[in-house]
Design a protein around this ligand. Structure first.
Ligand SMILES: Cc1cc2nc3c(=O)[nH]c(=O)nc-3n(C[C@H](O)[C@H](O)[C@H](O)COP(=O)(O)O)c2cc1C
Length: 420
């Protein structure tokens, strides 16, 4: 995980040096931003040595960390893009106020403004300062913006006072950060997932498709990989920029049509069984065309003088149904998605049963290319239908939830079958 640790100008800044050590021990990549005032409390040398990275202190310094060519000298943007998580420790009363205002006068302010990743602050200050209504008001503003507040602790303070305002101990901060950044422990090891939208050719230049971006599948694949799961992605027509974001160790198979996707999926499942690494989980996330042209024209179809043109379509294979029917010893657990423009839950339930899926994630049609999507998961326990709603601002967060639920349900399913 790429973590930015920002150190503010507070007396407790020395504790953050130990936090950097703890993060490094857990194999996190750490880049440190020192505010100008923080440099009165800790040195660049200590921070660079512990973090094993150049320290970032100035908005105007030439970027050493910029990996994006068009961001030369835009240190704040490249840092914001690099990070998966940002923590400010100690967060001084001044910094808390700057954050609440959205102030961008220094490097840290700009990085925060340019970042969308989770932000946590560990306040540390004299107890009177902490109790000050201005500070408390600023804290409540930050909470409303989903900034995570670590501590502060109560106890004796550097100034001699006793009360609330102490920076959490490094181990306590580490435990808080862990809750955010540690991926869950997966309950299965091999995942086969489809994503993107199939294309059904009509002639050499035309095809039937749909507007699914493939983003959800990519997000699930990446998160699964991050959790240590071995992932294979079978995909059709995903924007290359989106594919660039796929973890490089994820095995990928590119197809165009629904028929090709079925063949690729079946090959993978077969191969997995032969190699004794059966896919325990299959997630059908691709938007597969239900129909394809009955005939493909080798030549481009010409416009005629007729006012209408009839294209005969025939049914495509139903990939998830096929996989569910071919299960061996209950594997793979089959998860599908239902995108519906009406009667969302009734239609999703019907699909779940007809296609013999283990679980279905129902999406309203307006989520197809949106960042925000609300999802209802439906699955059967005995005779009863169980449902769970969730909705996060980012598809990546929804993807995490999807995978967490699948991990839980996979184990419950095994227990029901008494295989564990
Ligand atoms: C010796 C000393 C210790 C300080 N400790 C704290 C502190 O623990 N918490 C705090 O909010 N401000 C503290 N301050 C005040 C901050 O350094 C000051 O508000 C500064 O503007 C904060 O800088 P920053 O916004 O870069 O963190 C301290 C000042 C001095 C001189």
């Amino acid at each position: 995980m790429n973590i930015i640790v920002a150190i503010g100008g507070g007396i407790a800044a020395y504790k953050t040096l130990w936090l950097i050590r703890l993060l490094k021990k857990e194999n996190h990549q750490v880049k440190v931003i020192l505010t100008q005032n923080a440099m009165h409390f800790v040195t660049v040398t200590s921070v660079e040595t512990l973090s094993e990275n150049p320290v970032c202190v100035d908005l105007w310094s030439t970027s050493e960390t910029s990996s994006h060519e068009n961001e030369h000298n835009m240190h704040h943007i490249s840092l914001a893009k690099w990070a998966d998580f940002i923590v400010i420790a100690p967060a001084t009363a001044n910094r808390i106020s700057l954050l609440a205002q959205g102030n961008c006068q220094d490097l840290l302010g700009n990085v925060i403004m340019a970042s969308k990743v989770p932000l946590a602050i560990a306040p540390a200050m004299n107890r009177q300062m902490w109790e000050n209504p201005a500070v408390q008001k600023n804290i409540s503003i930050l909470k409303e913006r989903n900034v995570e507040i670590f501590g502060p602790a109560r106890g004796s303070q550097a100034c001699g006072d006793v009360g609330e305002g102490r920076l959490l101990e490094p181990e306590e901060m580490m435990a808080e950060i862990d809750r955010w950044v540690r991926p869950m422990t997966p309950t299965f090891s091999h995942l086969l997932i489809t994503a993107g939208s199939t294309q059904e050719p009509i002639d050499p230049v035309r095809y039937i498709s749909n507007s699914s971006s493939g983003r959800m599948g990519i997000e699930i694949a990446n998160y699964a990989y991050q959790c240590g799961i071995d992932v294979t992605l079978v995909y059709a027509d995903i924007n290359p920029k989106l594919l660039d974001g796929l973890a490089s160790n994820i095995k990928r198979v590119c197809v165009q049509t629904a028929q090709q996707m079925l063949v690729a999926v079946e090959n993978q499942i077969h191969q997995g069984r032969v190699e004794n690494k059966p896919y325990e989980m299959f997630i059908a996330c691709a938007a597969v065309s239900d129909y394809r042209p009955a005939q493909y024209s080798e030549q481009k179809i010409k416009k005629t003088n007729e006012n209408s043109f009839t294209l005969e379509l025939m049914k495509n294979p139903d990939i998830i149904r096929q996989v569910a029917l071919d299960k061996k010893e209950g594997l793979p657990y089959c998860a599908g998605f239902a995108l519906e423009s009406e009667n969302l839950l009734q239609n999703a339930e019907k699909k779940l049963k007809e296609k013999k899926m283990d679980i279905i994630f129902a999406n309203p049609v307006n989520s197809i290319n949106a960042q925000l999507s609300s999802i209802t998961a439906l699955w059967q326990v005995g005779e009863n239908m169980v449902s769970k709603d969730f909705s996060y601002d980012e598809k990546s967060e929804n993807a995490k939830y999807v995978l967490q639920l699948l991990c839980q349900n996979y184990v419950k399913n095994l227990r029901e079958q008494k295989t564990i």
